[in-house]
Write a protein that binds this ligand. Structure first.
Ligand code: HEM
Ligand code: HEM
Length: 198
């Protein structure tokens, strides 16, 4: 099977599991939007991070360069990520749900999506202004990794859908893959580069 078809089948399969999980536990419409946007935002942000591991292969597989694919995934992820707390703010009839909480620790972890939201906005803005920011833009872009792990914890602790074994497995697998991408890009690939230059 062509790599492109395999990747698209994987995306459809995971999306199907997310939808199944969503409709297994019915909630009021705003809460359904909140859950759906949270789940799919996590998935698309994961895909945006994963795409960065395969920068060179993108053109060959999708016929488009890394930035085009990365941008496409990021756009969907960010749109869903913005809708997610908005739906919850409407449900609660309060904008205070957007304010990060740092103390006590358990509240910080359960509501870790709040600081993650702002970290992603900063990381993504750095992506847009990378030509103006010079090399330091990438350091800000690394905030995406921290944000992703905060979102993992947030969803794990308060997500309705994260109660089932299959969803927990998918969530842990995605988080571990992100850790592997980080280690590979920052330690293994860098080591190889330094070795070839020596
Ligand atoms: C949901 C949004 C996004 C996420 C989660 C994300 C995540 C990432 C990650 C994890 C990397 C690899 C960084 C590393 O470890 O070296 C990366 C690379 C990159 N991202 Fe993003 N990104 C997002 C949005 C964007 C946007 C909107 C842009 C541009 C406008 C962008 C431009 C880039 C570029 C150019 C690179 C390659 C950097 C290099 O030269 O190595 N990203 N992104
Ligand atoms: C101001 C920021 C945020 C607020 C107010 C917020 C609020 C919530 C709430 C109330 C839930 C529980 C929903 C439920 O399952 O009943 C939740 C779960 C979740 N959130 Fe957030 N969140 C925020 C940021 C984020 C961000 C940035 C992401 C990722 C992009 C995210 C992803 C998730 C996920 C994946 C779940 C689990 C959904 C489920 O299990 O159905 N959240 N969030």
């Amino acid at each position: 099977m062509q790599t492109k078809i395999k990747i698209l089948s994987f995306v459809v399969l995971i999306s199907g599991i997310l939808m199944l999980s969503l409709f297994q536990e019915k909630d009021n419409p705003l809460r359904m939007v909140d859950r759906a946007t949270g789940l799919f935002a996590y998935f698309f942000i994961f895909l945006a991070i994963l795409s960065s591991e395969y920068m060179i292969q993108m053109k060959k597989v999708f016929g488009k360069g890394f930035i085009a694919i990365h941008h496409f995934l990021a756009k969907i992820g960010i749109l869903l990520m913005i809708l997610h707390p908005i739906a919850f703010a409407f449900e609660e009839k309060s904008a205070s749900v957007l304010v990060p909480v740092f103390y006590p620790l358990m509240d910080f972890l359960e509501l870790a999506g709040r600081p993650a939201f702002y970290l992603i906005i900063i990381a993504v803005s750095a992506g847009f202004y990378r030509k103006k920011l010079g090399r330091k833009w990438i350091k800000l872009h690394y905030l995406n990794y921290i944000a992703f792990l905060l979102i993992f914890i947030h969803a794990w602790l308060i997500g309705t859908d994260l109660q089932s074994g299959i969803m927990q497995l998918i969530w842990i697998t995605m988080a571990l893959i992100v850790v592997v991408v980080f280690i590979d890009k920052h330690f293994i690939q860098l080591k190889k580069l330094l070795q070839t230059q020596a």
